[in-house]
Design a protein around this ligand. Sequence first.
Ligand SMILES: Cc1cc2nc3c(=O)[nH]c(=O)nc-3n(C[C@H](O)[C@H](O)[C@H](O)COP(=O)(O)O)c2cc1C
Length: 281
Amino acid sequence: MKIRRVVAAYFSPTGNTEKLAKAMAEALGDTEGPPAEYIDFTLPDARCREYAFGQEDLLIIGLPVYAGRLPNKILPFVQQKLKGDGTISLPFVCYGNRAFDDGLSELVYEQKNAGFIPAGAAAFATQHAFATTLAQGRPDEADLEEAKAFALDVRQRLIAAGSGDGLAELPALHVDGNTPPGPYYRPKRMDGEPAVFLKAKPLVDPGKCVRCGTCARVCAMGSIDPSDVTSVPGICIKCQACVTHCPKDARYFDDPDFLSHREMLETNYTARKENRFWFAE
Ligand SMILES: Cc1cc2nc3c(=O)[nH]c(=O)nc-3n(C[C@H](O)[C@H](O)[C@H](O)COP(=O)(O)O)c2cc1C
């Protein structure tokens, strides 16, 4: 088989998924053919467009796991705007050291429904957007090397699988998790009760904020008013882009259930999780 174009598409409010997508794309793009292309669908504008792929393309697609599944507000983009036509893909998820639950199986399932042939898949443990002590600093150099090796391994296996009509014979990919996916994970507080913070929105420390507008620019839902960043009229998916990218550390959440959930995660999910890889075989 010939891969003439490598495209890496990612949703990555706090940057971890982007790092891994780029590592894999660079590994493939560097070794054969033209440099990789990127589709960053973190911001709303990029999710308005459609992207079509053919049989000589390879799509690397990455999303973070939110509540044990793909982020539900981003799912329609994955289902409807990325269109494969017997296109080989390499789906992966990032998760914050708790669990990826049905996030990866959902992505593989949706990719198959959208005309892609997933040839390999991965789940990476990456720093949690809520709690920086979970998988702190990951992806690190070792994770990025693992990601590159995985991408090259998939490519080798594709070459070994044959040329011409070999793709049609590629075995189905099976990953951990339910297909179709089960219910979303319900976050818990320290006392074990459900943590309910769906309506929480990020606040601004007026003593720190310099009105630079970064938070409004990076908001994955375009929900922060750029002319008054203290106002968040739109929906908040708690992605933490505003908190992470604020140069003055001025944005924060004070919702008690959110804070209790963070403490619960920091208390219970400290053990290092290894990255996982699957191949169509
Ligand atoms: C709203 C939300 C829900 C999350 N749910 C989970 C989860 O169920 N399991 C888990 O291990 N990590 C979870 N995480 C952590 C993310 O998967 C992790 O922070 C990931 O690295 C974020 O990717 P990004 O840096 O590309 O934005 C969640 C993060 C957010 C913001």
